[in-house]
Ligand binder design. Structure first.
Ligand SMILES: Nc1ncnc2c1ncn2[C@@H]1O[C@H](COP(=O)(O)OP(=O)(O)OP(=O)(O)O)[C@@H](O)[C@H]1O
Length: 602
């Protein structure tokens, strides 16, 4: 819990003020029985002073009002700072999640992160605003109350101390058990959130495959598990609460008998007896309150642990201490002996990858499914870090560039497009750093939408300002891909990395996009994963990927003529490789000169 100090530091003065107010309220509450003692001893006997009754009543009333005022002040002091801390912690968590590597996000369920950012931090706020202060205050109230009880009658106070022993012993057991069960319930809540998130995202698949019932059954099982954990939590708290409320009551009962005997034999005054029991009543309330407070503190401890599990995850892909400059990038990309293994994977996905892409060249990456093409692309903007070897742009290792600079140089469009809940304009201009409202941004937007053949955006209900993404208008797969492609092009990168960005387009649109892309790509170094011969046709050269390495590089015609695996891969693509022949008629390569071509043609 000490780790919360940096977050709590700015609000400590207000928390201390809140604590002082809460303490003052308790002290005032404990002072009231002392007035009873004076009142009873001075007025409640024959010939007693009647005027003191009015004075005592006035004092008790004033003390009551004072106590209420202190309680109200405590609330004022702590509520605002607690929400401030909650917000700050939530923002730090979000910032850290943005910084953490893609490998981290591969391993963590989104629901687990969601539950940490929302419900765990919510617990924490409630604990700061109430639990922490009340825990300190109740402890101090009990201590002061016991001291007062000892001064009034040590024999009676001893009975209460004896009753406290089993409470403490049981408290340790409760502590251990409740921590475990509270951790379990918070993790289960995270898993449940993941299940909701997955089924909401995959609702079409679930419906289309008629799996809604199974999804519901799975969800119900998980929800049932959480319910059982919550019940065992509640049972354990109920038992603990029973112990800590019953024992003080037993002590009160037996204390009353002993107290009356003490008054009867003259060892104790009636006023002291009444004051003792009034004090004991003030002390008993916080003692009974200890159960829920302990439970709250243990839940909050788990919440802090869960928060720091994420915050402690280190970002391994960071800026270099002294970033290199790359002022006028030409866009020569070089892979040297690149090897890569996913965290937790048993073997390397990529090994000994050597590939040189000239400035302005378009290189298609072709290979059978699962051979590592997408993985290789993601290494260029350092979404994952190479395990061995190096990737350089214009001779500068990508690890020597600041991440901001690298990601301005390299732009990416993935096959599986993600659009954010904002306008088409904002989505396309995401990586440009331009003010979306500026005239310069309008021009860039227009050009990018034109290259990506995403003119449909102008016909949306509010044109390019139409809200798309999860909370907005649903676009078709091909429309989404075109917006994502426009986004990649808009920032005018030196290096463009495209993971089969046209896979969802119909043949005619694809042709139009390719026509415009060729013009753009003439200036930009491009590495493009190709699953269709028509995409291969856009490339100057083709790199063939086989078993996690580049096994051959050449023009389409060269590879077609000389490489059996290339022919096999092309044959397995969506279209027949011969479709490409017409595209390549203008190619400078003289196919007839290539060795072995006659066999291919045959
Ligand atoms: N995040 C990940 N963690 C662990 N393994 C992964 C991860 N992503 C991909 N893989 C594995 O790496 C291998 C290569 O995947 P990759 O997506 O790079 O292939 P690909 O050639 O692009 O396939 P496709 O043509 O089907 O898109 C696969 O065996 C896949 O299971």
């Amino acid at each position: 819990m000490g780790r919360l100090y940096p977050f709590l530091k700015p609000i400590l003065p207000r928390l201390v003020m809140g604590l002082l107010c809460a303490l003052a309220a308790s002290v005032v509450a404990l002072a009231i029985p002392q007035v009873y003692q004076v009142l009873i001893n001075s007025a409640l006997h024959q010939g007693g002073e009647t005027s003191s009754v009015w004075i005592a009543a006035g004092i008790v009333l004033a003390l009551g009002v004072l106590e209420a005022a202190f309680v109200a002040l405590r609330r004022q002091f702590v509520i605002t700072p607690a929400t401030t801390v909650e917000t700050k912690m939530r923002i730090s968590l979000y910032r850290h999640l943005q910084d953490l590597t893609v490998s981290f996000h591969d391993r963590w369920g989104s629901g687990q992160l969601l539950s940490r950012a929302m419900s765990d931090l919510n617990f924490l706020r409630r604990w700061m605003a109430f639990g922490a202060i009340m825990l300190v205050v109740t402890t101090i109230t009990v201590i002061i109350g016991l001291v007062l009880m000892f001064t009034l009658s040590w024999a009676l106070a001893l009975i209460f101390i004896l009753a406290g022993v089993p409470i403490v012993i049981y408290g340790f057991r409760f502590n251990r058990y409740y921590r475990e069960v509270s951790r379990k319930s918070q993790d289960q809540a995270g898993d449940l959130a993941t299940a909701v998130e997955e089924s909401v995202h995959g609702i079409r698949v679930l419906k289309a495959f008629g799996r809604s019932r199974e999804a519901l059954e799975n969800f119900s099982d998980q929800a049932e598990e959480l319910r059982e954990t919550e019940i065992s939590k509640a049972k354990s708290l109920a038992t603990y609460s029973l112990v800590i409320s019953l024992l003080p009551e037993l002590a009160l009962g037996s204390g009353l008998i002993v107290g009356i005997l003490l008054v009867a034999n003259g060892t104790l005054t009636v006023g002291a007896l009444v004051a003792f029991f009034a004090t004991a009543a003030v002390v008993a309330t916080p003692v009974e309150f200890m159960g829920p407070l302990m439970a709250m503190s243990l839940t909050m401890k788990t919440a802090v642990e869960r928060f720091y599990e994420v915050m402690d995850a280190t970002n391994t892909i960071t800026d270099p201490a002294q970033p290199s400059e790359l002022n006028q990038p030409r866009g020569a990309v070089e892979f040297q002996q690149v090897g890569f293994r996913y965290a937790d994977a048993k073997s390397n996905i990529l090994r000994d990858v050597n590939l040189s892409i000239r400035p302005g060249e378009t290189m298609a990456l072709v290979g059978v499914t699962g051979c590592g093409k997408s993985t290789l692309l993601q290494l260029v903007p350092r979404l994952y870090e190479v395990s061995s070897g190096a990737i350089s742009i214009d001779g500068v290792d990508v690890r020597e560039l600041s991440l901001d600079r690298l990601r301005t140089l390299v732009s990416v469009a993935f096959e599986d497009t993600t659009l954010f809940s904002s306008s088409v304009r904002d989505n396309v201009l995401l990586g440009t750093g331009l003010d979306p409202a500026s005239p310069a941004a309008d021009k860039v937007l227009e050009e990018a939408l034109d290259v990506a053949q995403a003119h449909f955006a102008y016909s949306l209900p509010e044109g390019v300002d139409t809200l798309i993404g999860e909370e907005g208008l649903s676009l078709s797969g091909g429309q989404r891909q075109r917006v994502a492609l426009a986004r990649a092009i808009a920032s005018k990168p030196a290096v463009l990395v495209l993971d089969d960005p046209l896979s969802a387009l119909d043949v005619n649109t694809e042709e139009l996009v390719e026509g415009r892309l060729r013009e753009v790509l003439a200036e930009t170094t491009t590495l493009i994963v190709a699953h269709r011969p028509s995409t291969v046709a856009m490339a100057d050269r083709v790199a063939l990927m086989e078993n996690g390495t580049i096994s051959a590089v050449g023009t389409h015609s060269e590879l077609l003529a000389s490489n059996a695996h290339y022919r096999y891969v092309l044959a397995s693509l969506n279209e027949e490789p011969k479709d490409l022949d017409s595209e390549l008629e203008d190619d400078d390569n003289d196919l007839d000169d290539l060795p072995g071509l006659s066999e291919v043609k045959a």
